[in-house]
Ligand binder design. Structure first.
Ligand code: HPA
Length: 248
């Protein structure tokens, strides 16, 4: 079963059949929203909007553990995650879609592991390559065949939010090697790996990062939301193809 985690601009999805919803509870509390079993073209998947359906949960308050645990419990094996980002690298522009292959985690104070001694013995997972290379390549190859342009690699700087960054912070992330910046991919990616899920993320760039190009002097949340909505059709098409080619 495929799980789709949606972010800004994809809190609700249209043109799909709702089969049922599951208001699951977990040992870590409630997920962001009821998990929806949806069907598109006879292919079933589970959808979870990480900010809740009314987009009311800020990145640092998302119960990432409950979200990932619930997906696993309901039978998800492959996770297609969508997370909007700001563009740090000059090669990335708003409207581009990046499939990152690396992460630098700058978040703090988030419940970030299942191995905290409560319910499981401690295990130190390998995180050399945070994302499923197999799933990344599937989407990259489909995009190539269909002449959909993608940026095939990149380093995602995971920041705490909910405020946007200062220009100096963005300069620092760039020096560290990050090409894009977002608030939600961690601890989500690590938790998915801890539970043995195949996980990767698609990152639509929706703005220049703070201090860069159009965001030189100011960056508004409204710009981010408006651009996120514009790009989601393209992202959703990638998802539909992924769904068709991975069965259920
Ligand atoms: N910074 C952090 N998170 C984001 C941004 C950004 O510029 N754009 C979309 N999510």
């Amino acid at each position: 079963m495929i799980g789709l985690i949606g972010g800004t601009g994809i809190d609700k999805i249209k043109d799909v059949e709702i089969l049922r919803q599951n208001d699951i509870n977990t040992p870590y509390g409630r997920p962001s929203e009821k998990l929806s079993f949806l069907s598109y073209d006879k292919h079933e998947f589970i959808f979870l909007p990480r900010h809740g359906e009314s987009h009311s949960i800020p990145p640092h308050k998302i119960n990432y553990r409950a979200n990932i645990w619930a997906l696993k419990k309901l039978g998800v094996e492959l996770v297609f995650s969508i997370a909007t980002v700001g563009a740090i690298d000059r090669k990335v522009k708003p409207g581009d879609i990046v499939i990152p292959d690396q992460i630098i985690d700058y978040t703090y104070g988030r419940e970030h592991t299942f191995f905290d001694g409560d319910l499981k013995p401690v295990e130190h997972i390998d995180f050399t390559y945070p994302f499923s290379e197999e799933l990344r390549l599937k989407v990259i190859n489909f995009a190539k065949k269909n002449k959909i342009s993608l940026i095939e690699s990149g380093t995602y700087a995971a920041v705490q939010g909910p405020r946007l960054e200062s220009a100096a912070e963005i300069d620092r992330y760039e020096k560290d090697g990050a090409s894009i910046v977002g608030m939600t991919c961690m601890p989500e990616a690590a938790l998915a790996k801890e539970l043995g899920l195949e996980y990767f993320v698609i990152c639509p760039a929706v703005n220049y990062a703070a201090g860069r190009a159009d965001s030189k002097t100011e960056l508004s949340h409204e710009t981010i939301v408006a651009n996120s909505e514009k790009i989601m059709t393209k992202v959703f098409n990638l998802f539909i193809n992924f769904l068709r080619n991975n069965g259920d």
